[in-house]
Design a binder for this molecule. Sequence first.
Ligand code: OFO
Length: 175
Amino acid sequence: MIGKAMQDALNEQIKHEMGSMYLYLSMSAYFNAEGMDGMAHWMRMQAMEEEIHAMKFFDHIKDRDGRVILQALEQPKSEWASPLDAFKAAYEHEQFITGKINDLVKLSREENDNAAFSMLQWFVEEQVEEEASVSKVIQMLKLAGDNGYALLMIDKELSMRQPPAATQQPAEGGE
Ligand code: OFO
């Protein structure tokens, strides 16, 4: 069974992951409004990935006979100055989330919670990828600058992003 301190911390992390989902969905809506449908698609795929992250924490609590308590989400920002500004904000947000994952790893060590520690290693790796993928887009946007044609090329490339693989979970009790 999961301990109270870890349960509370993971419930908090569900909020952060759903907060990420909400933020990226808001960025997706912003890009749609700006006519950047490829960037909007990229952010929508990212939002789907964040929901999967939240559900990994949800299932970890559930599978260890803990209790999931969902928390209120804040209204995300809805406007950014430019595509670069939005992706920079996404990068900063991912650094914030990396800090939260590191805090959870620290707690798992303090609590001698090997199950949580093991589960969190996936997130440690994932955060490296999360930061790298946003950073790559920032680099491209910096190179493009105000060049409209280059921005449209980036938009086209980001429209190719595939949906996350783990979008299907087996039904409760089934395989
Ligand atoms: Fe869940 O990794 Fe981004 O926030």
